[in-house]
Design a protein around this ligand. Structure first.
Ligand code: GDP
Length: 300
């Protein structure tokens, strides 16, 4: 929990400290205060609509509970943010029938490879047999990077040469995962966004091929989003969501971001659960996302 709180330092500074400052300056709860609060929320990247909604909810609670001390505002806001984030921790969909197939999607640079490495490490260290599939064949560097992580973690990888059909890599990876009795297959995919339509077709095809080879696969389509990109992350989620059915989100680089509020924006805009958060560059820096812990780490 300490690490989580520490990793949210930048977001705390850009968000909670401003709210502290706000309630200290305003003795009374008036329109000015609500306006400034909305502005702070927008700047923290929770999104304009969500900011308005949060202010509205706060306003209503203040009225209902006859609160007149600005100092109590923070607790009320925290309560509503926590409520918006959902009450339950959503975990990855790990199946009884093996292998569980996780397809990982996202734009280049968001931390896709790193997150795959962290995930592989997490499951391997808990005794699972993990296999990686290098279906981002667009860049040789992507295959190399994934291989470096596979070696670091000590798991096997299925790869073809650069330019090979990504769906063929996915197919071979699943065949190999079955033959080697792997518990978990994690399939990397390309993230070049300048050829959007092609990329989306490619992702659909990979998903189709996996599903044909094993009913229900991919069991999890994990979208990786970079918390430092703020509202861009929300747009990316919409885009990928239209192409493939996203079942969960991993939000990376929360540690380097002052825009942690985007986690609320993503939840509100898409209603896809944030399942994991990345809070650093090392293997251990991946956490299940808990709405309660997050709200506590942000506010307390
Ligand atoms: P990809 O292009 O999406 O595969 O991105 P990479 O996995 O190569 O990551 C891009 C950069 O982001 C690398 O320098 C990673 O170390 C860094 N990175 C990934 N996840 C995190 C995180 O949770 N926190 C921080 N601070 N850096 C991260």
């Amino acid at each position: 929990f300490g690490r989580l709180k520490e990793s949210l330092t930048k977001t705390r500074q850009s968000f909670v400290e401003k709210i502290d400052n706000l309630v200290h300056r305003h003795k009374a709860i008036d329109e000015d205060l609500y306006e400034e609060l909305e502005e702070i929320l927008v700047q923290a990247d929770v999104g304009v609509n969500t900011a308005m909604e949060l202010v509205e909810k706060t306003r209503r609670s203040v009225k209902e509970r006859r609160v007149d001390d600005a100092g109590e505002l923070k607790a009320i806001l925290k309560e509503h943010i926590r409520e918006m984030l959902g009450t339950d921790t959503a975990s990855l969909n790990i199946t009884d029938e093996t292998p569980t197939v996780i397809m990982v999607v996202g734009v280049n640079g968001v931390g896709k490879t790193t997150t795959i490495g962290k995930l592989a490490h997490y499951y391997k260290s808990r005794g699972a047999k993990v296999l990686l599939g290098a279906a981002d064949t667009f860049r040789a560097a992507a295959i190399d990077q994934l291989e470096i992580w596979a070696e670091r973690v000590g798991v096997e990888i299925i790869k073809h040469r650069e330019g090979a059909d990504p769906a063929a890599v996915a197919f071979d990876s699943l065949q190999a995962a079955k033959a080697r009795r792997a518990d978990l297959l994690i399939v990397d995919t390309a993230g070049r966004l300048h050829t959007k339509a092609n990329l989306m077709e490619e992702l659909k095809k990979i998903s189709r091929v996996l599903g044909r080879e094993m009913a229900g696969a991919p069991h999890e389509v994990l979208l990786i989003l970079d918390a430092t990109t703020g509202q861009n992350a929300v747009n990316q989620a919409r885009l990928f969501g239209e192409a493939v059915g996203i079942t969960g989100i991993a939000l990376t680089k929360l540690d380097g971001s002052s825009k942690g509020g985007v986690i609320i924006a993503v939840k509100q805009a898409l209603d896809i659960p944030v399942k994991l958060i990345g809070i650093g560059e090392s293997l251990e820096d991946l956490r299940p996302f808990s709405p309660g812990d997050f709200a506590d780490a942000l506010f307390d």
